[in-house]
Design a protein around this ligand. Structure first.
Ligand code: SAM
Length: 227
């Protein structure tokens, strides 16, 4: 997505953390609140390409977007006919994405919950599509999160987890902190291979580099269908 073309996230447009404590803090809610509050728009407003590629072929149902940010993916899904729930721990992001959804005329088919996905659980609720785009966690933390998300997928439903591949560090666009970038294979232990049809892929795409020149980045994609 073009919004991810700039140095960002885990990691990017923060200065490289100097201490372990500073590094950990980047993944916590206050840091994200500050980041969203610092600008009217952090991301591009365009839906993420791997979501568009995968969800375009699905019959719309109930979707859950984890780390929904400013809501671009949710708005796109809602326009395709999905009923979409967003989960994010940033109050600023939630407020902003709800305003964007209203402006886009999809307020009726979108809803938000504030929560930390590390402690969140689906309970008895299930969704036909669970998507997480560019959420990163230190120390392989995305494995536990992928397990939590898998438990939220209805039978016959789809799980899509996308993140920046560690190889992107070589582009100079991102730096990896605390091993937060992941390969698709690293997420595999989260899934029971008897219960899921799993596709693991590294997909290349071109984004604008720091000087506006084209740079090839790699998305780690885990796509799984619940049998
Ligand atoms: C890199 S942004 C991606 C936003 C959006 N998915 C996109 O692709 O534009 C990651 C989002 O995850 C949220 N987030 C990070 N850690 C989280 C956590 N532990 N629980 C809930 N939300 C979290 C952040 O507030 C942020 O909105």
């Amino acid at each position: 997505m073009s919004g991810h073309a700039h140095r960002h996230g885990h990691g990017t447009n923060h200065p490289q953390p100097e201490s372990e404590q500073e590094l950990r803090a980047l993944f916590e809610q206050p840091s994200w609140e500050q980041r969203y509050a610092s600008k009217p728009l952090v991301w591009s407003g365009n839906p993420n390409p791997q979501l568009v590629a995968e969800a375009s072929g699905l019959a719309p149902g109930r979707a859950l977007d984890i780390g929904s940010g400013e809501g671009a993916d949710m708005i796109w899904l809602a326009r395709q006919g999905w009923q979409v729930t967003g989960l994010d721990f940033s109050a600023v992001a939630l407020e902003r994405s709800a305003a964007h959804a209203e402006e886009a005329g999809v307020g009726e088919s979108t809803q938000w919950r504030q929560g930390d996905v590390r402690t969140w659980s689906a309970g008895k609720e299930r969704w036909d599509l669970v998507t997480s785009q560019f959420m990163h966690q230190p120390d392989g933390g995305m494995v536990a999160i992928t397990r939590t998300l898998a438990a939220a997928v209805a039978e016959g439903g789809t799980l899509l987890v996308v993140g920046h591949h560690p190889g992107d560090v070589d582009t100079g666009l991102r730096w990896s902190i605390g091993g937060a970038l992941f390969t698709p294979e690293e997420l595999l232990p989260a899934l029971d291979t008897d219960a899921w049809d799993i596709t693991l892929e590294v997909r290349e795409r071109e984004v604008a580099g720091p000087e506006g020149d084209p740079v090839t980045v790699q998305d780690s994609v885990l796509l799984a269908r619940h049998r």
